[in-house]
Ligand binder design. Sequence first.
Ligand code: AMP
Ligand code: MG
Length: 405
Amino acid sequence: MAEASQSRPLMPVEQALAQLLSLADAKPIREVEQVALADADGRVLAQDLVSSIDLPPWPNSAMDGYALRLADWQGEPLAVSQRIFAGHAPEPLQPGTCARIFTGAPLPAGADCVEMQENVEVLADGKVRFLESLTPEQNVRPQGQEARIGDQVLAAGARLGPIELGLVATLGHGHVPVIRRARVAVLSTGDELVEPGQPLAAGQIYNSNRRLLVSWLQRMGCEVTDAGILADDLELTRQCLARLGDVDLILSTGGVSVGEADYLGMALREAGELSLWKLAIKPGKPLTFGHFRGVPVIGLPGNPASTLVTFGLLARPYLLRRLGVSRLEPLRVQMPAAFAWNKVGSRREYLRARIEQGRVQIYKNQSSGVLRSAAWADGLVEVLEGTTPQPGDAVSFIPFSELLD
Ligand code: AMP
Ligand code: MG
């Protein structure tokens, strides 16, 4: 399969993303399950959600106050003929009277206006004098203002977070149809890797990518198979892949750098399908896409900041697209730079950055091996190929909150 040679130009980030998304479209995860709202946080809505009720089901009061019918009223004080609390059904309004009413209570038939209690005077005989001029529908929440029966309130592909779940609850659904969770296997390649908590021998480093990716995938609602550390060895790589079984994606880090003995690549090549991409992205650049016995495999570069950027900008949208998620583009905010970037690059750079006093500042050390840069940062500044932003220039800032769920 296509293999980028040294001489070939680097693949632009948009092109890599477009290819990944079309690969995702070719292998959608479609199985639907009904889950209780309490279990639906982070899941992907499988079908359009249509309201089966008017919301609100009846006109109701937006204020604590007095409901009346404007057409029948000449400005005189009105007797209070009933008190209507939220949760209680009112009687029709007696002509020539008003009703005491509380926020959220249904308007009585015949009333078309609510005056807030602060704008009335309650007289000694119990009648109510209205102190200001009134308009029809004042302080009334009309029936169906939020949704009418048959309105599509959420579209299939929406990710369900607290706001969407609140909306589903408003419509009265106790369960929602969602796409089943994606099953992702994570493996960390490298002879040098040791798990945290173990002593470090000479030449070893702690495995950070595993924790980074497993936690991130779990936040995304994935079922993660943590395949641990894979030594740089072809036979062990073959065995590890064969053991992974029934997953939707194998996600590995490390072993994709130029000139390295790339055991994952070798094993995938034996299995028949492999693309090695050289991307115009920094940190990042090498990325592997292949299949092992029909299961898609994405190999991310091993430097922790590269793993972060390539997962967030490429592998994450790929995975969400497999689940049918409609909104994949992270929000980019235009902010003035507080820094000068003078290195003209042929790759798009994602600098770890944060907002300080309304301007974007970057971490002093942007090495792809320095994950601390990302912990310091609140997001990524996107520096386009060939550009050298200067202090005060508008730059694109992608908050981590756009990527980290
Ligand atoms: P590689 O792509 O295997 O050449 O790795 C590139 C760099 O990332 C090397 O310095 C590796 O030691 C480092 N690295 C690879 N995997 C991990 C990992 N799981 N955690 C921390 N660093 C890693
Ligand atoms: Mg390695």
